[in-house]
Design a protein. Structure first.
Length: 288
C-alpha cells in the first residue's frame, strides 16, 4: 500500500512535465510564427505579381535567327544574308517569354532571289503573340557559279630573334598554297590568302608551329585546309676576319708579270657560330 502511494506523486510529476514541455514548445511556436507568416505573405505576393504580370499585354523586339536552305549543286552565295531579323511582337508576358528563350528560325529558300520575311515567318501554334513588324522585311539571295582556285598563302609573321641571332633564311610554309572554292566573283577578287597574325619572340633555333588561315569569309568560301605549318630557322652568328691572298687571273702560268701591293687583303665576314671553325680552315675564300 505504501509502495502504491509513493508511485502516485511520481506519476503526477511526469504528467506535469509533459504538459509543461508542450506549453513551452507552443510558446516558442507562437514567438516564431510572425516571421513565418511574413515569409509566406512575401512568397504569395511574388507569385500573385508574377501571375498578373505574365497575363498583361506587352510589346517587345526579339531577334529571330535566319537560316539558308540547301544551295543548288554548283552554286555559291555572293553575299551572306543577315544572321537574324528583328521582330516586334505583342502578346502576354508568358507567350513573349517563350519566344525570347526559344525563338523560331526563319528559313530562307535559295530558290527565291527576294524573300518576304513576313510570309515565311511562322510562330508556334500554341503561341498567341502577334507580329507587328519585321526588320529587314526583305532578304535578297544572290548566287553565282561555284569555282575553285589555288592561291598562295601569305604569312602574317613577326619574328624576333634573340641577341646575336638572326634568321638563316626566309620563313617557309607547308603547304605554301591553298585551294578555295566559292562564287566566281568572290574567288577572283583574291590573289593570295592570309594567315592569322603570329608573333615569335626570342627565336634561337629552328621553330616549327601551326598557324590558322584567316577566316574572313566564313560561309562564302570553302578551303582545302584550315592550317599551315610554319618553319622559322635562326642561328647565332659570329664576326670573323682573315687574310686572303689576291690572285691575278689571265696570266700565263709561270710568268710573274704583275706585282701587287699589297698582295693580300683582310676580309671581315659573318658566319654561323657552329660553322666558325670550319670557315677558318676553308680554302674557298679568295680575292681576284
Amino acid at each position: 500500500m505504501a509502495d502504491s502511494d509513493s508511485q502516485v506523486p511520481i506519476f503526477l510529476e511526469r504528467f506535469q512535465d509533459l504538459f509543461r514541455s508542450s506549453g513551452e514548445e507552443g510558446r516558442r511556436g507562437e514567438e516564431s510564427s510572425p516571421g513565418v507568416a511574413f515569409m509566406v505573405c512575401v512568397l504569395l505576393s511574388l507569385v500573385l505579381w508574377l501571375s498578373l504580370s505574365l497575363q498583361e499585354q506587352r510589346t517587345v523586339i526579339v531577334e529571330f535567327p535566319v537560316e539558308v536552305g540547301q544551295l543548288p549543286e554548283g552554286q555559291a552565295l555572293v553575299e551572306l544574308p543577315p544572321s537574324s531579323v528583328s521582330v516586334q511582337l505583342q502578346g502576354t508576358g508568358l507567350d513573349l517569354l517563350a519566344l525570347i528563350f526559344d525563338p523560331p528560325t526563319v528559313e530562307v529558300g535559295p530558290d527565291q532571289e527576294r524573300v518576304d520575311v513576313d510570309q515565311v515567318l511562322e510562330l508556334p501554334r500554341a503561341n498567341d503573340a502577334t507580329i507587328e513588324s519585321v526588320v529587314p522585311s526583305i532578304i535578297e539571295i544572290e548566287m553565282e557559279e561555284r569555282v575553285e582556285r589555288r592561291l598562295p598563302v601569305q604569312p602574317r609573321l613577326a619574328v624576333q630573334t634573340a641577341s646575336s641571332h638572326e634568321l638563316i633564311d626566309e620563313p617557309s610554309m607547308s603547304p605554301d598554297s591553298v585551294t578555295i572554292s566559292g562564287a566566281r566573283s568572290t574567288v577572283q577578287s583574291f590573289s593570295e590568302w592570309p594567315t592569322d597574325s603570329l608573333t615569335l619572340e626570342n627565336v634561337r633555333d629552328t621553330v616549327r608551329t601551326t598557324v590558322a588561315l584567316k577566316d574572313t569569309l566564313s560561309g562564302l568560301t570553302d578551303r582545302g585546309q584550315e592550317t599551315v605549318e610554319v618553319v622559322v630557322r635562326a642561328g647565332e652568328f659570329a664576326v670573323e676576319t682573315r687574310e686572303v691572298t689576291v690572285e691575278v687571273t689571265g696570266v700565263p702560268a709561270g710568268q710573274d708579270l704583275l706585282a701587287l701591293q699589297p698582295s693580300s687583303i683582310r676580309i671581315r665576314y659573318r658566319v654561323l657560330f657552329d660553322q666558325l671553325f670550319e670557315s677558318r680552315r676553308s680554302s674557298e675564300y679568295f680575292a681576284t
